[in-house]
Design a binder for this molecule. Structure first.
Ligand SMILES: Nc1ncnc2c1ncn2[C@@H]1O[C@H](COP(=O)(O)OP(=O)(O)OP(=O)(O)O)[C@@H](O)[C@H]1O
Ligand SMILES: [Mg+2]
Length: 361
């Protein structure tokens, strides 16, 4: 379905894609992972003709995408794309958004385009919202509308570029449910995602992008459980845990809070468990530790990791200084009571001038 050979793309001095070669068979669901800026979005944009590569070749279902004789509209008909930011036309109703391209490019009549759009909108749970404008819908609904719009062109391939990263976990769940169903229907899909649990469940293959190439490829099991190369292993470990170091007491705790949320989402944790992590951090680090630790040489490292095997979240707090466990120091405080309520295990240890608190939730 997709055959890519030694694809190269530079922007000025930066060359995110050095030599990408990939084959994707019909019906495959391929997840693409990798650090920010490695060229995952650039790669998807090359595949649907939004971006022109500097070198290399792309065939989509036997058609040479880069041949001068190839009609770009023909490719856009075959390859649908769903973006992180939905990209619906704000001045058009949802149903009009879905009808637009089929009316123009598939030469359907207005009535045919409408009937088709309504069928698709109902299939993603948005029958009732057809006559609303995009800003009257939640993010999850807008993204489902964007998927219906991509499907309206009857594409053979759909490219998803982080379709849930602008959404909170509930709305992300609605969108992932739609994508899962499409996967079961045999559509060929490429999905850039940081939703690890989802990538594991849904993909037939995972590509790890690094150094401008497909650095490692394999089944979800191979990439997530037994990565062969060191950089892949480091990346996979990093996305399964989250670490933050505060060097002063004035660190940006709100940014940290939303980073914890993003980490929880990437692990498909429930709202309740994400809140529990945030609550423990707030009570332990902000309320108990921060006031007790000295301003001089302040250092606090926070790590959260999720172990799928036993479905447990482990939080670790490390800080240098004298031995100090804040819980026994404030046994009656609300913070201590809440921490005790939220954690299933709590331990403090002190070694070589560094305190470590470990808790599970
Ligand atoms: N239109 C552009 N002009 C100049 N540089 C660009 C352009 N688009 C992308 N880049 C650069 O190319 C590199 C790859 O960008 P790309 O958006 O493909 O990365 P990505 O893997 O999708 O990252 P992220 O995970 O943050 O979405 C980045 O260094 C980016 O700054
Ligand atoms: Mg991107």
């Amino acid at each position: 379905m997709i055959h890519v050979e030694e694809l190269k793309k530079s922007y000025g001095a930066a060359t995110p894609l050095k030599s990408i070669s990939v084959d994707v068979a019909r019906g495959e669901i391929v997840s693409i992972i990798g650090q920010s800026g490695v060229g995952k979005s650039t790669f998807l944009r090359c595949l649907n003709g939004l971006e022109k590569p500097d070198a290399g070749r792309i065939w989509i279902d036997g058609v040479d995408l880069l041949a001068p004789s190839t009609d770009p509209d023909a490719i856009r008909r075959k390859v649908g794309m769903v973006f992180q930011s939905f990209n619906l036309f704000p001045h058009l109703m949802i149903v009009e958004n879905v009808m637009l391209a089929p009316e123009r490019l598939l030469s359907l009549t207005r009535q045919e385009a409408y009937d088709d759009a309504m069928r698709l909108l109902r299939s993603v749970g948005l029958g009732e919202k057809a006559l609303c404008y995009p800003d009257e819908l939640s993010g999850g609904q807008q993204q489902r509308a964007a998927i219906a719009r991509a499907l309206a062109m009857k594409p053979d391939i759909i490219l998803f570029d982080e379709p849930t990263s602008a959404l909170d976990p509930t709305m992300a769940g609605e969108v992932l449910a739609v994508i899962r169903r499409l996967a079961a229907e045999g559509l060929t899909m490429l999905i850039v995602t940081h939703m690890m649990q989802f990538a594991r469940d849904v993909s037939t293959r995972v590509l790890y992008f690094d150094e401008g190439v497909v650095y490692e490829a394999g089944t979800p099991e191979e990439i997530f459980e037994h990565p062969k190369r060191a950089k892949t292993r480091a990346f996979v470990q990093r996305i399964q845990s989250f670490a933050y170091t505060a060097h002063t007491k004035d660190f940006d705790f709100l940014a940290l809070n939303s980073a914890v949320e993003a980490f929880g989402q990437s692990q498909s944790l429930t709202r309740k468990r994400i809140s529990a992590m945030q609550l423990i951090f707030e009570e332990l680090a902000l309320n108990l530790l921060l006031p007790a630790l000295p301003n001089e040489n302040f250092l606090l490292t926070f790590t959260a990791s999720y172990a799928r095997q036993n479905d447990s979240i482990q939080l670790e707090f490390r800080y240098p200084g004298a031995s100090f466990d804040p819980l026994p120091a404030h046994p009656e405080s609300l913070s201590a009571i809440l921490i005790a309520r939220m954690t299933s295990a709590y331990s403090h240890s002190f070694e070589d001038g560094v305190n470590t608190i470990l808790c599970r939730c």
